[in-house]
Write a protein that binds this ligand. Sequence first.
Ligand code: GDP
Ligand code: IMO
Ligand code: MG
Length: 427
Amino acid sequence: MVDVLLGLQWGDEGKGKVVDYLAEKYDVVARFQGGPNAGHTLILNGKKHVLHTIPSGVFRPGVINIIGNGVVIDPITLRREMENLIAAEVDFKDNLYISKKAHLILPSHRFLDAVMEADKGSSKIGSTLRGIGPTYTDKVARRGLRIGDIFAADFETRYNELKAIHLEMASIYPAVEFDFAAEDAKFMESVHYVKQYQFVEGEYFINQLLEQGKTVLAEGAQGSMLDIDFGTYPYVTSSNTISAGVCNGLGVSPSKIGEVIGITKAYCTRVGGGPFPTELLEATGERIRKAGGEFGATTGRPRRCGWIDLPQLKYTIMLSGVTQLVLTKADVLNDFEELYAATSYGYPDGSISEEVPYDMVNTAIQPIYKHYKGWNSSLEGIREFEQFPKELQGYILDLQAYLGVPFTMISIGPERESLIIREKEMV
Ligand code: GDP
Ligand code: IMO
Ligand code: MG
C-alpha cells in the first residue's frame, strides 16, 4: 500500500518533520512532485537538516528513498544536498533511487524563472526562482530533458539546444543578470557527480516493491492550496500537490493508495504572493511569525501569518480524500490568550459560504471567525493528548468536529520526539 502525507495549506506545514518520524514504520519513502522549491526541515539530536529534493526518510537506516518521475531535479542542488548528508555522516548511497523519468532543471530554467518574475512587477508569484515553472512547462511542451538523458552520448548537444530555446524565449523580457559560464560549468560537474547514484525505471521499481509487500509513504511537497489545478491560481506552483499527484508522480495506480494523512499548522502561513483570507497584517501576525520562526526554509523570506482557515482546510481535505489529520506547531500558540479559526467566508453582497470561491484573487473575502480561549501555558514534557490543557484539547476536538476527520498526531516542537500520537483515534 502507498500511504500519502501532504500539506493542506500553502506549504511548510511541517511535512519533513512528520515524514521523518513516520518513516520508521515504512519500507519506502518517495517524493512524487515538486523540486528544490521545497524546503523540509528536520531537527535530529539538536542539529538542523533541510532537504529540498531528497525524501525525508533518508535519516532512517534501511528505508528506501525514491525521487519519483513527477519530481523536477536540479543536479546542482541535489549534489549540494548529497554533500551535506555525507558531511553529516548519513549513509544514503545504497538507499536512494532516482527515477530516470524525472525532469531536469537547467540553469536556463532558473534564468527564465528570474526574467519572467522580474517582468511581472507587483503581480509577482513570489516564486522561489528554482526554475520549477519553466521546467514543468518544458515537460508539458514535450521538449524537456529527463535525468535519464544524462547518460545519452548527445546529452551536451541536447542541453545546448534547449538552452538556446530558453535564451530566445527570454529575449522578449527585460534582461536579468545571470552568469551562464559559471552555472553551465557547475551544472555539468554536478551531472557528472550524480551519475554515481542509482537510477531506475521508477514505475517498475516501486511496483515491484509493492508486489513484495513493502509499504510506501509518499511525501508531498508544497501545499494543497499551491496545487496547479485547485490552488489560488495563478499564485500556485506548477505541479499537482494533492493526493492525485501521487499516481502520476510515481507510476502507481489509485487502487494502491491507502491512508491519506493531511498536515495543517495550528494557524496558517503563506510565503510569496497571492490571496490569504485569514492573513494577520498587524501585530498578531508578527507575533506568530516570531513565535513560530516563520521564515522560509528555502529562501529565508518571512512567511505571512494568519489564523487557521477551516473552509480552506475542508476544501483540501475533500480534494485529497484525507483520512487522518496532523496538527503541527501547536506550541507556537502557547502564549496567546485568544485564538481564532475562520469557519466561513463572508462576501461584499452579504452572502456567506463555507466553500472556497472560484477566484480567490479577485474576490473580497471577509472571514467569519470563531473565538477560542488560549491555553496560555507551556506544553513541554507532555506526552499524551489527555495531558494537554483543556483549552487545547477543546480547540483540537472542535476543529476535528468541523473538518470531519480525526487528528491522529499533534506536533508540539520541531524535534522528532515532539509528536503526540493519538493511537485510539487511528483510523
Ligand atoms: P515543510 O516544508 O512542510 O517540511 O515545513 P518547513 O520545514 O518548511 O517548516 C516547518 C518549520 O517548523 C521548520 O522550521 C520545523 O523545524 C518547524 N516545526 C515543525 N513542527 C513543529 C512544531 O510542532 N513546533 C514548532 N515550534 N516547530 C515545528
Ligand atoms: P514546501 O515543500 C511554501 C510557493 C512560492 C511561491 C509559489 C510558486 O517546503 O512546503 P515556485 O518556486 O514553485 O514557482 O513558487 O509557491 N512555494 C512554497 N511555499 N512551501 C513550499 O514548499 C513552496 N514551494 C513553492 O513561495 O509563492
Ligand atoms: Mg518548507
